[in-house]
Design a protein around this ligand. Sequence first.
Ligand code: GLN
Length: 199
Amino acid sequence: MKIGVLALQGAVREHLLLLDRCGVEAVPVHKLGDLPDLDGLVIPGGESTAIGQLMEECGFLGPLRVLAEHGFPIYGTCAGMIILAERVQGGSVPRLGVMDITVRRNSFGRQRESFEADLNISGLEGKPLRAVFIRAPHVVETGPGTRVLARFGERAVFVQQGNLMATAFHPELTEDARIHALFVQRVRDFVKSRTQAHR
Ligand code: GLN
């Protein structure tokens, strides 16, 4: 099993380290040719406009959309959440648009450009998760197939739709690997179902 971290722009290394701690092989993804080897993909935080433009230029958008429609697991953090969203408020961003959510960019305002908060996350054992928000978006609206797994106050900040996951915050900037472990479990299930389908 191999999970890629899209390495066009943004925080890549931190994701690789946490995935490694979850016991899976994790590799940086620089070009389209890296995709066929992968069982799942992380789209990191950074600047969504830059990541989206580079994804478009490198030809990632079409093939990844098709993969996502066939159950390929993708996890987006912060800018990665914006890349996954069907609808975005606050600027046009080239993106995958595969999750039935509306996100608002930079939704916490200038006073709160970055902050940390303890979040209760549905399905996560143990203590609340310390979440780091940096110029974060939040989810304004979700479609019927999308579940909200965590909120900060009223705002949805962790959503899931099938094998697609998105957090407005950055779990890779802490030592806590529980969110990555959730994603790794999705990837394991996906790999298992794919193997069974091919029997
Ligand atoms: N504010 C950035 C954007 O809109 C996202 C910030 C982040 O990924 N930390 O693209």
